[in-house]
Every structure is written in structure tokens, then in C-alpha cells.
Design a protein around this ligand. Sequence first.
Ligand SMILES: Cc1cc2nc3c(=O)[nH]c(=O)nc-3n(C[C@H](O)[C@H](O)[C@H](O)COP(=O)(O)OP(=O)(O)OC[C@H]3O[C@@H](n4cnc5c(N)ncnc54)[C@H](O)[C@@H]3O)c2cc1C
Length: 461
Amino acid sequence: MADRDVDLFVVGAGSGGVRAARIAASYGASVMVAEEYRVGGTCVIRGCVPKKLLVYASRYADDFEDAAGYGWTVAEPAFDWTKLIANKDREIARLELAYAATLERAGVKIAKSRAMLEDAHTVRLAATGESVRAKNVLIATGAAPHLGAEIAGLEHVISSNEAFHLEALPARILIQGGGYIALEFAGIFNGLGSEVTLVYRGDNILRGFDNDVREHLRSEMERRGIKIITKQTVVAVEKVEHGYCVELSDRRSFMADRVMFATGRRPNVSGVGLEAVGVKLTKNGGVAVDEFSRTSVPHIYAIGDVTNRVNLTPVAIREGHAFADTVFGGKPTAVDHANVPTAVFSEPEVGAVGLTEAQACERFAKVDIYKTSFRPMKMSLAGRDTRAFFKLVVDGETDRVLGCHIVGADAAEMIQLVTVAVKMKATKADIDATMALHPTAAEELVTMREKALSHQREAAE
Ligand SMILES: Cc1cc2nc3c(=O)[nH]c(=O)nc-3n(C[C@H](O)[C@H](O)[C@H](O)COP(=O)(O)OP(=O)(O)OC[C@H]3O[C@@H](n4cnc5c(N)ncnc54)[C@H](O)[C@@H]3O)c2cc1C
């Protein structure tokens, strides 16, 4: 016998789970959500939000330096890591309370507990042993850092989870990984004054992004003093008297005060009881779902990172909202996963939407490329040697803009707005017809007249 009955039980109060619970409750459903750690999930507690706060902190270093060229005399700046972390923690605690309050105002019952399926309609709360009978279940358990294969000394390695709570700023940090989390933390620690070494097993950082972006970002990061070692992996980490000795696959070794791996994240599918009730997984380890986020068991749904589709907060939120509209609002809603904008808050920043040059060439017969690299005006008096990069990928047959890629200050802000145009199927002619706004960096987007390249697929014999 269950201790209580609900219309919806949500496992995980992260970005997706919170939105789904709130909207389902607004349609009149009785909803309970279980959270084993902190309400708000990865994004709020140990992802996007604290990360961006640390990024902001790290960028002041350039501002202090650049101010001199603009006539300012700035006293030797001093940085206090403990103060930054305390202020960041206070803000995260405020957000956590705000999320919980929003749920409670909507009538959602929050259980501070790990939850697992006992059978297809019964969820058990580990903290109290309580059983809850649910008409519908939503799996919104997110993902967790995966440190990769077992190596000697793996117990000394931290993930992004711990990086947010270090007691002191490491003087030297070695980061393994080439994805956005690795690059963002490399930029944060570099900006705050650490000596940063980045080790990545592939040919170049930021796999999946446009090749020009990858090259541009790498050279800019190296120019800022980040040591980037590719085609190598960390094979051992040894604790020594003053830090850690890190051995690479080519037998080189490095000393570091902290070793961080950002080597990928895995969907949180284990220990939830999914297999026992017949919920199927995909080959990439996520919960398999249809376009309405329904799993192989009809009344069990899954959204967000646990489905390993597009692992970003706004996508998890949109999927959670669409689920609630579909199941409780009588409005079947599928989420469109095309043209999702994405950013890397590295230094410099990257913003991208749509297809890369390589992806466009695979899918379209004729592809035109427009690109430019320039020194932003702000850097002139600052005397800083850095270049921004803009690129448009265009369907040569229809003139439609297929992709836009930007590296440079405010790239993420710019790409959010460009996404509206790309989503509306803007053509290159529409972009050309747009008046420039001068003087800005963004005006480069509407002033790229000359094709840099044109790819034409040979017609089949
Ligand atoms: C360092 C970092 C930086 C990031 N930066 C960005 C960014 O800039 N922009 C962006 O869009 N995305 C970013 N992301 C990704 C983003 O955080 C995720 O895509 C998003 O949080 C996914 O939301 P979700 O609801 O699927 O899962 P989550 O937010 O991870 O929430 C899942 C919740 O379920 C809980 N849980 C798990 N299992 C159970 C269980 N059995 N019982 C009870 N509770 C359980 C977890 O504790 C967690 O709170 C970042 C991620 C990281 C790690």
C-alpha cells in the first residue's frame, strides 16, 4: 500500500524537473518532486550559474590591465578567492530558496530525498522509506561528471563539482578535457592568475564546433598563456610533497597543485530502478524517449540531460514545459532541437548556432563561407593583442544562412540574437540588407560581402 497518491512524481529538481513540476501543478495536477542534493539542480548549484559568476570574476584581470591605455591608473589589484567563493555561495543559496519557494507556491510537494522506482507506478523515498503511488512519473535526474578510465591516483582528481568549492586558488592547475567545461575552467583559472595546463586526447580542442572556431580559440587561449597539450592523456597522478605529479601518455610529467578532469558527463540512469520496470536506454547511455519525451513505458517520461539529447539548461526547461503541456495541459508539444544556440564562456568567448562548415558540406550541394577576423576597436588603446572571429555558413543554392560562429567578447550575447534570424530562415541577402550599427564588433556580421570560400559537390556520374 502506498503512503500517498499523486498525479505526477518528478525524480530530480533540476532545470527540467522544476519547470515540469510547476507547469503540471498549474494545470491542476497533484505533484511531488524528489531531490537528493539541492533544489535547482546542476545549472543553479554547480553548473551554468556559479560558472558564469567565476567567469565574470576572472575577466576583471583584463579590465584592470586594459584601463591603463584609457588613461586610468589602477592600484595593483588584489584578488581574494575565499571572498569570491563565499559571495558565489550566498547567491547560489538565494537562488536555491527562490526555486523551492516557486515550487511550493505552485502547490508542488518537495521531498528532500533520493527516489527510485519500486514498480512502474510506485516511487520510494530513500530518506523516509515512504512509498508514493504516481499516475505518471518524470525522470529528470540529469547527468554527472565522468572521470574516464581508472588510472593510478584517480582519487586525487577533482571534477567541476569540486572546482566550485576549492579552499584556495591553485597556483598551478592541470585540466584534462577539451570540451566546453574544460575550456571555461581553463579561462577562469588563467584569468584569476593560476598557471594552467590543458591536456586533451584529440587533435584539437572543442570537438563538434566549427574547425575555424577551434583553431582561432586555441591560438587565442595559447596567446593568453594557457599551455595546451593535445593527442595526450593523463596516465597517472601521484601525490607528492608540494602538490601532484601528473604523468602524460608520452611520459612527460608536470607538477600541479590541483588536477581537474572535465572528460565528459554521463546520464544519471543507475540506481533509479529503470531497468526493472522496462525503461529502455539509448546506445549513448541516455533514457530513450520519443518526440514527446515518453519512454518505452507509456506513463513514464524523461527530460533533460538524462536523455542525452542536447545537454543544455534551456533545452531541459523547454522539454519539461512541453511534457507538462502534453500530459496535463491537453496540448501535445514536441520540442524542436534544431538550431539550438550554444556558447562557450572561455576567454575569448564562443557563440555558435546551426551548422558548421563541415556539417553543411555533408548535407548541402553548394556551401558558401563568409568569414572575417579583426582586432576589436576596444583593444586599440588597450594595446591588447587579440582578434575576434565571425563566420557565416550559407546554402549556396537557396542563400539561406545555415550557421553562424563567433569568437570574441560578447559572442554569446550576439549569437542569441542571430539565432532568431537563423530560426526564421534568414538568407544572406537579408543579412546584407540589414543596416550596420557603428561602431560595434557585431556590425561585422552584416558587412561580410566577399565569399571566403565556395564548396560545390561534384554531381554523381
Ligand atoms: C560546469 C557546468 C557548466 C554548465 N554550463 C552551462 C551553460 O553555461 N549553459 C547551459 O545551458 N548549460 C550548462 N550546463 C549544463 C546544464 O547544467 C544542464 O544541461 C542542466 O542542468 C540539465 O538539467 P536537468 O534538469 O536535465 O538536470 P539537472 O539540472 O542535473 O538536475 C537533476 C537533478 O536530479 C537530482 N537527482 C539525480 N538522481 C536523483 C534521484 N534518484 N533522486 C532524487 N534526485 C535525483 C540531482 O541531484 C539534480 O539536482 C553546465 C553544466 C556543468 C556541469
